[in-house]
Design a protein around this ligand. Structure first.
Ligand SMILES: [Zn+2]
Length: 375
């Protein structure tokens, strides 16, 4: 189980197949984020329709609400949310560090206050694995500590803790149908990243995640960090770049050998009335669309673009109708999944590397950052 087969390779870029109990993942792959066991505003049928193959959900959120034991008793996450393809859960570490305003970290774990009701909770590596085993995703993450990337002293402490916690997660794991990934940390310090990549690569895990990026560092720092880390990772394990997935980050990440991406950007933009389009990101509330009979993108094959005009979508937004968020989420997610399908075709025919400049220029107006990539 959990075999990863590289099916095509051009320089550092590769395409492959990762087998899980809920089906094969063809990589590189973009995973929509279903924070609370739902990709916001979409049904699993919508997700199938846009050819999504992997959905991410958040351990921290589901532990707090409705509770991982409830999800287990309801048959696990796949059955609970009726998504029967591969799923991934994160470890809860990122949210503990980013959402909870009160937290106390020690070498054993983290005590934190719920952002929902202020109640106190404690996560340890063993607890994170127990929760993720109750949830039952196909790919699960080791509990890690994400540091401020520019604070080298803290990044070093957090990195060593992450390594010890990864070993504890491996020992704590009891289910054999879940692939546990270790997480490379180390901020933007190349020496730390090198040490972390070697340590995590040596663990007996079927895949490797790279954490602590897209958290405030520059693009140059992210690329330099990936250049250090990727050279040290084994070829026969999938690599997951956590919480990173703007079009520009996907194109650059694939060029460096990343296999799995996830990002809340497409659905978050949708809720802010923005659409990916060939001419750049569109604010669909704009008055210029009031009588526009065209779809968002003439070249897009999604349900929204096959069916509705820009004028109708603008009307829904102005009238505050919920359907606007659904239609824009369908389009934005399909746009990134189509980008990935195109990338896989270019990898298969050996042309990916030569097409990177063209892809970057095509997506340059859509690639702006400025909103958080994780929830
Ligand atoms: Zn579309």
């Amino acid at each position: 189980m959990f075999e990863f087969t590289v099916t095509a390779k051009n320089s550092r870029t590769r395409s492959g197949i990762f087998s899980t109990m809920h089906g094969d993942l063809v990589t590189p792959v973009f995973a929509p984020v279903g924070t609370q066991a739902t990709v916001k505003t979409l049904t699993p049928e919508h997700l199938k329709d846009i050819n999504a193959s992997l959905v991410l959900s958040n351990t921290y959120h589901l532990y707090l609400r409705p509770g991982d034991e409830l999800v287990r008793d309801m048959g696990g996450l796949h059955k609970f949310m009726q998504w029967h393809k591969p799923m991934l859960t994160d470890s809860g570490g990122f949210q503990v560090f980013s959402l909870s305003d009160t937290r106390k970290i020690d070498d054993d774990g983290v005590t934190f206050k719920s952002h929902i009701d202020g109640s106190m909770h404690r996560f340890t590596p063993e607890k994170s694995i127990a929760i993720q085993e109750n949830l039952g995703a196909d790919i699960i993450m080791a509990f890690d500590e994400c540091s401020d990337p520019n604070d080298s002293a803290y990044s070093e402490i957090a990195m060593y803790r992450t390594h010890r916690w990864a070993e504890r997660c491996l020992r704590a794991k009891t289910r054999r149908d879940q692939a546990l990934f270790g997480i490379v940390q180390g901020g933007v310090n190349p020496t730390l990243r090198e040490e972390s990549a070697k340590f995590i690569a040596a663990l007996d895990t079927p895949g490797i995640a790279i954490g602590g990026l897209s958290v405030g560092e520059t693009k140059e720092e992210m690329h330099a960090t990936l250049d250090v880390v990727m050279l040290l990772l084994p070829e026969d394990k999938p690599r997951y770049l956590m919480g990173v997935g703007t079009p520009e980050d996907i194109i650059n990440g694939v060029a460096r050998g990343i296999d799995i991406f996830d990002c809340v950007l497409p659905t978050r933009l949708a809720r802010h009335h923005s659409a990916f389009a060939p001419e750049g990101r569109l604010n669909m509330m704009n008055a210029t669309f009031a009588r526009d009979e065209h779809p968002i993108d003439e070249t897009c094959d999604c349900y929204t673009c096959r069916t509705f005009t820009r004028a109708y979508i603008r009307h829904l937004i102005i009238a505050k109708e919920l359907l606007a968020g659904t239609l824009l989420s369908i389009h934005n997610l399909r746009a990134l999944i189509r980008l990935m399908e195109g990338i896989r075709a270019y990898i298969a025919d050996g042309s990916y590397e030569s097409r990177v400049p063209e892809l970057l220029s095509k997506w340059s107006n859509n690639a702006k950052r400025g909103m958080g990539n994780r929830e």
